[in-house]
Design a protein around this ligand. Structure first.
Ligand code: EPU
Length: 417
């Protein structure tokens, strides 16, 4: 199993290019199931979740090839509408094939994703939204089997603006007969990216990026070419690394508009962040100031940024309270940070972080993608050596994380044993 070794080496400086967004790319890939033909997606990150989605689409019948950043997906005339447990268990986003398969094939059999490191993550809103469009579901042997004798557009009001449910319902609605209105829809930039692709494929969607999405169903869609938006969570991760090291870095391709609330919080902490023509330029202060942070659906502070805040607050001046409102179990990395000398107390969905002037390098384990990246960021300013295991989690969502940090001057290496 690979590990990442990291030591402090002063402020990060230079330029880093932000890759395409994982959470966009995965759903854009799933959306190609909606139309036969040759789909071309550009700016697709080289990460293992993309490899897993490629494997899943392959099992469904889609051939693919990729070069550095482009993925070509050939969706055949007939598909095998099934997502096996082995792949869904590896990556929850696999549930994103459910809507497209139902819309295109009229049936689907998809393994039910279990809980994960964030705690329980149900799919009830995905199913009830698709049911509103006329799909029927049955749970059998750990799989949800769905079928629809022609989907029909309908009003759908989500109980909570779930990203995955909005995406699944949207992808089903584009081929449903008549109009669908999704109320309380998720507003994440990845939803707008998906809607842009679907519209380029011939769909009629309005309002993506707002809480009300209107879809007028069409008979068929066609393959097209589409560029994935940049990854706001990868950008946020590098900004946190600049923040804790007091660095000075240009994040090429990063989009300030997609992380407005995060940037506002960073400014409150004393960072300078300026949108430029090339991306976002950032400079960290001598020492960060503490702030309180509460995660919320977009445009609120994303839950994915939370471990980064906890690390920044661990070395900031003052006390900050971090509140998690989306995933009950998303504080598991805190014990690892405490092993590095951080002063963090958790109580239910709150964490109180008292900033310290120093952290101390230690062997730690990445419990999930974002927490893993945050532990590496902590290692950039922890005295001595930090050894992060569980690197396979980081690989799921970060393209060449070690290489990019090393190019900014970090003392970091990846070792295999
Ligand atoms: N929820 C339900 N029922 C549902 C769907 C969701 O109760 O049918 C709950 C979830 O349990 C959670 C909340 O609603 O408490 C929000 O979940 P959401 O559906 O919005 O999340 P998701 O679509 O499963 C995506 C990202 C996550 C990101 C969340 C929140 C992808 C592939 N994943 O997950 O990204 O944390 O939105 O913004 O887009 C990551 O990249 O590391 C990651 C976990």
């Amino acid at each position: 199993m690979d590990r990442i070794l990291v030591r402090p080496n002063g402020p990060l400086t230079g330029e880093v290019t932000i890759s395409g967004a994982k959470n966009s790319a995965l759903l854009l890939m799933a959306a190609t199931l909606l139309a036969p033909g040759e789909h071309v997606l550009t700016n697709v990150p080289r990460i293992t979740d993309v490899a897993t989605m490629t494997e899943l689409l392959g099992a469904i019948g889609v051939e693919s090839e990729r070069d550095a950043t482009t993925v070509v997906l050939r969706s055949p005339a007939s598909l095998l509408p099934e997502a096996p447990y082995e792949l869904v268990a590896r990556m929850r986003a696999s549930i994103g094939v459910l809507g497209p398969l139902l819309a295109r094939c009229g049936e689907a059999r998809v393994a039910v994703p279990g809980g994960d490191d964030f705690g329980s993550r149900p799919i009830d809103m995905h199913l009830s939204g698709l049911e509103a469009l006329g799909a029927k579901f049955e749970l059998e042997h750990g799989y949800v089997r769905g079928w629809a004798d022609g989907l029909r557009g309908a009003p759908v009001t989500l109980e909570f603006p779930s990203v995955g449910a909005t995406e699944n319902i949207l992808m089903a609605a584009v081929l449903a007969k008549g109009s669908t209105v999704i109320e309380n829809a998720a507003r994440e930039p990845e939803i707008s990216d998906l809607a842009d692709l679907l519209n380029a494929m011939g769909a009629h969607i309005e309002g993506a990026g707002t809480s009300t999405i209107e879809v007028e169903g069409v008979e068929t869609l066609h393959a097209t070419k589409h560029e994935t938006i940049p990854d706001r969570v990868e950008a946020a991760t590098f900004l946190a690394a600049v923040a804790v090291t007091g660095g000075d870095v240009l994040l090429r391709n990063a989009r300030a508009d997609d992380m407005e609330m995060y940037l506002r919080k960073l400014a409150d902490m004393g960072m300078t962040v300026t949108p430029t023509l090339e991306g976002v330029w950032s400079r960290g202060p001598e020492r960060l100031r503490s702030v309180d942070v509460s995660t919320l659906p977009y445009p609120g502070v994303a839950t994915d940024y939370k471990p980064l805040f906890t690390v920044m607050l661990a070395v900031a001046d003052g006390v900050g309270i971090v509140t998690e409102n989306l995933f009950a179990g998303r504080f598991r990395y805190v014990d690892e940070l405490i092993r590095m000398g951080a002063d963090v107390r958790t109580d239910a969905h709150h964490a109180v972080v008292r900033g310290r002037t120093r952290l101390s390098g230690a062997p730690v384990r990445a419990p999930d993608i974002r927490a893993g990246a945050a532990l590496v960021v902590a290692g950039l300013v922890a005295e001595g050596e930090t050894e992060v295991s569980g690197v396979e989690h980081i690989d799921r969502g970060y393209e060449d994380f070690v290489g990019k940090l090393a190019a900014l001057g970090a003392h970091i290496e990846r070792i295999s044993t």
